[in-house]
Ligand binder design. Structure first.
Ligand code: ISE
Length: 337
């Protein structure tokens, strides 16, 4: 492998490009040397922009001996195919969230990884690397404020994708972040969920928006997450953890307050790329460092599977407007190591 981890990116239509830029221009120890896309012509265009090699297919990129590790940023339904291919090639693979749209596909990835007997997969749940969430985690783990009892969370986008947004995406694409990061924060799986539809915004078109997802954990911690995709004011992520002897609030980005035109204004972010750049940088630097040491040190394929089981139950709860029990299987020994 040498001193530099040589990385190939499969899927460069969207976030993959920002990861190439981050790895090649901001981080150390890794270099994206090639990319592939379902359109080979498009891959060539992006490869030329970054001065890297274009591969004819994801498979060709993954099997190339020059490539040490793989980043999968295709559209969600294609994650399984390329992650599995990388596992078979024995290469470390970073897959953007969700690991796969269905729990069944995630389970197949888990089985494939266990079959090769080596930890290779990391899932892109970047909020775990956000310094604000990391502070909350440290405070909860210290037990200084007693046990967490209730979590109040908001996840608002300005308009996230416009008219293409579907009702199902609020859980599956957006609140999947809370499903993972809150489970990690409190260190417990979920046992029950329901999803409520308040009056819908006129900006949401045919989609139901906002939506409120409720989750209950094994010890009875009660969580509510408001997802408001068409908030039409900015990107706003909040999390308040109510503990027995204090409440903990996720820090907001430190924008300076401006006094002007008879007003006091503190700006907020416009979208997720502005809100979480540090989290992405820390996440990828960690992934590069761990891959070079042949380790996985981040959200695993098992975490991706558990998130998808939970999201599947929340989707069922949403579609049937009932409360749905969540049954998470026992974590295999393989993932406890
Ligand atoms: C998007 O895919 C993300 O991952 C963002 O973090 C989230 O806020 C947004 O709603 C999703 O569509």
């Amino acid at each position: 492998m040498g001193d530099t981890l040589k990385i190939g990116v499969v899927g460069v239509g969207a976030i993959g490009r920002t990861h190439i830029d981050r790895i090649n221009n901001k981080l150390t120890g890794g270099k994206v040397i090639g990319c592939a896309d379902y359109s080979a012509e498009f891959a060539k265009k992006i490869a030329d922009q970054f001065g890297i090699k274009a591969f004819d297919s994801g498979e060709a990129l993954i099997s190339d001996p020059e490539i040490d590790a793989v980043v999968v940023t295709t559209s969600d339904p294609f994650h399984e195919q390329y992650v599995t291919e990388a596992i078979k090639a024995g290469k470390h693979v970073f897959c953007e969230k969700p690991l796969s749209p269905t729990p069944e596909a995630c389970k197949r990835i888990v089985d494939a990884e266990m079959a090769v007997g080596k930890h290779l997969v990391q899932v892109g749940f970047m909020r775990r690397y956000d310094p604000g969430y990391a502070q909350l985690k440290k405070m909860i783990d210290s037990k200084k404020y007693g046990a967490p009892l209730v979590l109040h969370c908001l996840h608002r986008n300005y308009d996230d994708g416009g008219v293409g947004w579907k009702t199902s995406m609020s859980v599956e694409n957006s609140m999947i972040h809370e499903i993972d990061v809150l489970r990690w924060l409190v260190g417990e799986n979920y046992v029950k969920t329901d999803v409520v539809f308040p009056r819908s915004s006129k900006h949401a078109g045919a989609a139901k928006d906002p939506q409120i997802m409720h989750l209950t954990t094994e010890s009875g911690i009660y969580i509510e997450v408001e997802s408001f995709i068409f908030s039409h004011y900015g990107y706003d992520v909040r999390c308040e953890v109510v503990c027995e002897e204090g409440t903990l609030n996720l820090p907001e980005p430190p924008y300076a307050m401006v006094r002007c035109n008879d007003a006091r204004v503190t700006p907020i972010c416009h979208d997720w790329s502005e809100r979480f750049p540090e989290a992405y940088n820390i996440e990828f630097q960690n992934w590069i460092n761990a891959s070079k040491e042949d380790r996985v040190d981040g959200p695993t394929a098992w975490d991706g599977y558990v998130a998808q089981i939970t999201a599947g139950c929340a989707s069922k709860a949403r579609d049937t407007q009932t409360s749905v029990e969540i049954h998470i299987p026992e974590m295999p020994e393989f993932y406890k190591k």
